[in-house]
Design a protein around this ligand. Structure first.
Ligand code: URA
Length: 187
């Protein structure tokens, strides 16, 4: 039988790739395990590596601000990363690291069965939605796959680097909140 405890235990003891040698703490997914809304980012940053919790650093503050602006909170979402360990120097995770970590994301998705998946940033969108996903052109657009609505938004760190992206991301979060309301109302 699949359980959250089993999954998190696998992740906490994982030595599947080289990141196990440089990470401090693996970062397991966090949030509401009964929600319809799953958000997937790329990999933990330095602060997350120290605390073992996703989005506790500056990007986390931006994420909280975006959620609050759409009337949402972390308690209503489940938040995870493609790669569960911090890549040194904050580099993008390598293909092999993503490949080796994907079974954990599949396990999480199997347990959660989300009706909405939001990719936070290009790296997650290219892994989850399509290899050639163009975040600048396609963010905020929706596709439907196996009874699940998928979209992608700019990564909160990208907004910190370029505040001009804030307004369109706020609009994308409003669309996400509306999708969630529609799903709740249709049950
Ligand atoms: N950036 C990510 O992609 N994931 C985190 O958990 C934190 C920052």
């Amino acid at each position: 039988m699949h359980t959250w405890d089993e999954l998190n235990n696998f992740i906490l003891h994982c030595r599947g790739c080289g990141l196990a040698r440089t990470r401090r703490l693996p970062v397991v997914g966090q949030g509401n395990r009964r929600t319809d809304l799953m958000m997937i980012a790329e990999a933990p940053g330095a602060r997350e590596d120290e605390e073992g919790v996703p989005f506790v650093g500056p990007a986390g503050k931006m994420l909280d601000q975006l959620l609050a602006g759409a009337g949402l909170s972390r308690g209503e979402i489940y938040l995870t990363n493609i790669v569960k360990c911090h890549p040194p120097g904050n580099r993008d995770p390598r293909e092999e690291e993503k490949d080796l970590c994907m079974p954990y994301l599949r396990y999480e998705t199997h347990l959660l069965r989300p009706k909405i998946i939001v990719c936070l940033g290009r790296v997650a969108a290219q892994r989850i939605i399509s290899l050639d996903y163009r975040i600048t052109r396609q963010h905020g657009t929706w596709i439907r796959r196996k009874n699940c609505d998928l979209t992608a938004v700019y990564h909160p760190s990208a907004i910190l680097r370029d505040p001009a992206k804030l307004e369109e991301t706020q609009a994308d979060f409003l669309s996400i909140a509306e999708h969630l309301r529609n799903i709740r109302n249709s049950l």
